[in-house]
Unconditional design. Structure first.
Length: 358
């Protein structure tokens, strides 16, 4: 073999091996491509042009039934409750429906509160939120038809549709044309248009600024403890940001100093029965409304145990409350029924609470 041919083959082999090593990154073998079924399970959002909206329909009357069973405990029978969340319905008029702008959102309005129907501009937003996040204690548990019916019920309360209306994927675009605040959304072109140009001519200070801006929020003194200690009422999902309203307002922004190190106390290992009960509470979303030791929407489990300590037939009483629901014991917010729990599972939870909820 000629010398130059040997050299050429050697160089070719060297380059080939080098290319293989260059491509073999340590993260190349991590994970795998998501399957179509996995992507489909997550791809459930509905766009303002209603792309992604599943087929289905629901009547106002059907929505009223679902609402009373699943939604009224937090939002009131007519979407007017302000006890747990801000009201959904109110503040809109027939004139707003005609022009697509809500008068009570304009400067100078003295309307006391911004409701959902006042603010939301696209009907897809309302449908999508109900579908993905409601009811609070069992998100994604409603069928598509139930979401259509609940949406129709809300729209009827706001007089967007009549009481005998059937909302469906076929007519939802027409109903969008009657949303009270459909023309109230601000369109920022650089944010939404792929071919738009960003703001590159802003004269705001970008370096060596004379004053360092601070961004913070606070509660006025008269409202700090209006609904109890906000810090103990945070949802169990996500970071806790609620202020401790039993103490004076902080003088520095929250988070400006490192929090004190938590005191770790060794606890006895829970028994298998306690583990099973707590798993049952989580599986049925009981912990979305009840903390172990603090109130969220409803009372903490230890508060229930303390309130009824020594009560005759306590376990049977608790089973009835769990499965059938009720109201008035801990304020105006009712406990929705939990018929999906069997007598045995409800009995396990009731026994755990009756024994001290520990």
């Amino acid at each position: 073999m000629k010398p130059f041919l040997k050299t050429s083959l050697f160089l070719a082999a060297a380059f080939s091996v080098g290319a293989v090593f260059a491509q073999a990154k340590p993260w190349n073998d991590l994970g795998r491509d998501a399957t179509k079924a996995e992507v489909k399970a997550w791809d459930i959002d509905v766009r303002p042009d209603f792309k992604g909206l599943p087929k289905g329909s629901g009547t106002v009357s059907q929505g009223e039934q679902v609402w009373e069973a699943q939604c009224a405990s937090c939002h009131g029978s007519f979407g007017e409750s302000n006890e747990v969340f801000t009201p959904i319905v109110g503040g809109t008029t027939k004139a707003d429906i005609e022009r697509g702008r809500v008068k009570n959102l304009e400067p100078g309005s003295i309307f006391p509160q911004k409701t959902t129907m006042m603010k939301v501009a696209t009907l897809s937003t309302l449908w999508d939120y109900i579908n993905r996040a409601m009811p609070w204690n069992a998100p994604k548990s409603l069928t598509a038809d139930e979401v259509y019916s609940v949406t129709a019920y809300i729209l009827s309360l706001a007089e967007v549709v009549p009481a005998d209306f059937t909302l469906s994927d076929k007519n939802i675009a027409e109903v969008q044309k009657r949303m009270p605040n459909r023309n109230g959304m601000v369109f920022h072109e650089p944010l939404w248009k792929l071919d738009g140009k960003g703001d590159v001519k802003n004269v705001a200070c970008m370096k060596d600024c004379p004053v360092e801006p601070t961004i913070r929020s606070s509660l006025p003194d008269f409202a700090r403890d209006a609904h109890g200690n906000i810090q103990t009422q945070n949802r169990v999902i996500g970071p806790v940001r609620g202020a401790d309203t039993t103490k004076p307002p902080p003088t520095a922004p929250v988070g400006s100093a490192p929090p004190p190190a938590p005191v770790v106390v060794a606890a006895a290992k829970p028994s298998a029965a306690v583990k099973d009960t707590k798993a049952l509470l989580a599986a049925n979303s009981c912990t979305a409304c009840h903390g172990m030791t603090n109130k969220i929407v409803g009372p903490g489990f230890n508060e229930i145990a303390a309130k009824h300590k020594g009560k005759a037939d306590l376990q049977a009483y608790l089973v009835g409350r769990i499965r059938e629901g009720g109201s008035g014991v801990y304020g105006a917010v009712p406990m929705p029924p939990q018929p999906q729990l069997s007598e045995a599972d409800a009995g396990s939870i009731a026994q755990w609470i009756a024994s001290g909820a520990k």
